[in-house]
Each structure stands twice: as C-alpha cells, then as structure tokens.
Design a protein around this ligand. Structure first.
Ligand code: URA
Length: 209
C-alpha cells in the first residue's frame, strides 16, 4: 500500500466522521465535502512545481514563488466526483476541469462510459482524478485508463473513502498512480458498497434519495 497516501489530519478525520452519520443533512454533507476537498487539496498539491517571479512589496522588490494552477486538471468522475470539485477549486481557482461520465452497471458493477471531455495540451498538465468512493475500483480504473490515453505529465487519484478490495484492484491496473484518501474502510459488501462507509455518495451530495 506504499502508493496510498492516507490523509489523517484531525480536521479531515473530524469532518469525515460527521459526514458518515446517516442523519447528516444534504446541506451539511455537501458543505463538509467541500471543506474536506479543500483540506485534501493541500496534500495533493504538496509537490506541485513552482516558479520564481519578481514582485514589488510595499517595501521593496523581491523574488517570490507562484504555482501554475492552469497546469493542474481536476477530472471529475460523474456524478459524485463533482462533490469534490468546488472545495479544490476554492484553493486552486486556476485549475482546469475535465469530466468523465461513467455509470455502474447495476448487474455487473462494471463501468460504462457516456461522456469524456478534457482540456487541450494535456502533455504539459498534471491530473487529479476525483471520485469520493473507491469501491470496486471499476470506475476509477476506467477513468484513469481514458485519462492515460491523452498522455498527461502525471496522474493522481483522490477519493474520500476506499476499501482494501478497491485499492488492490486499482493498483493492479495502475500501480504507478498514487491514491490520496481520508480513510480505507473495512470491506466491500456484495452490492459494491463500502462498509462502514457513508452510503451512496452521489445520493447524499445531491439529495436524490
Ligand atoms: N459508491 C458509493 O457512493 N458508495 C459506496 O459505498 C460505494 C460506491
């Protein structure tokens, strides 16, 4: 599991606990996810390249550092990945955004693609693929496969929750892609849901159940 970055900061863990509760409202679930995504973005962007610029402070001219936010592409796996987008954009507002539309076939649990749109010039960009739940791993594997085809400079995968089965499947397919997560839960159940988990992330974000 060397490629798994567990983000165990107390603020992240606290907010995750509040989100797991079944009586958390849609409003608070969504707000907590946004806050959590912003906190996770700190860890995900830790090694982002920076460049020097000359600036004028009110006191003097100095050399200072900037990141190039436009080089970062946040790729949301629809629809639940969208829940992580706003919080990340709060802290990297210049990031570009891509979308991969996948749904889980309820019988086979495999990922079926219905939409794919990324910015141009991907060879000079770093990608973070977003999906709150790494469950069977099928959607994450399929999304990263598609992103790989356009040849970005680097790829990371970010989820809120994973499970041992999802991590093993993902790293079986993409051993070089690091996973950033707030927790690895106990197991997957027979319906492809994470235990103890937090239920259906999409339904909880959008209030569709
Ligand atoms: N997707 C979810 O939203 N929740 C799970 O537990 C697994 C997959």
């Amino acid at each position: 599991m060397s490629q798994v970055h567990l983000i165990d900061h107390p603020l992240v863990q606290h907010k995750l606990t509040l989100m797991r509760r079944k009586d958390a409202s849609t409003t608070s679930f969504r707000r907590l996810l946004r806050e959590l995504a912003a906190l996770m973005a700190y860890e995900l962007t830790r090694d982002m390249p920076m460049h020097d610029v000359e600036i004028e402070t009110p006191m003097e001219t100095t050399q200072a550092k900037l990141i190039d936010g436009k080089k970062l592409v946040l790729v949301s796996i629809l629809r639940a990945g969208t829940g992580l987008l706003d919080g990340m954009l709060d802290v990297v507002p210049g990031a570009r955004v891509g979308h991969v539309g996948l749904y889980r076939d309820p019988k086979t649990l495999t990922a079926v693609e219905y939409y794919f749109k990324l910015p141009p010039d991907m060879a000079e960009r770093d990608v973070i693929v977003l999906d709150p739940m790494l469950a069977t791993g099928n959607s994450a594997i399929a999304a990263v496969e598609r992103v790989r085809e356009v040849g970005p400079r680097s790829i990371k995968f970010c989820c809120l929750l994973g499970c041992p089965e999802g991590v093993a499947a993902f790293h079986g397919a993409h051993p070089d892609v690091p996973i950033y997560t707030a927790a690895i839960d106990r197991q997957l159940n027979d319906h492809g849901y994470i235990l103890p988990g937090l239920g259906d992330a999409g339904d909880r974000i959008f209030g569709t159940k």
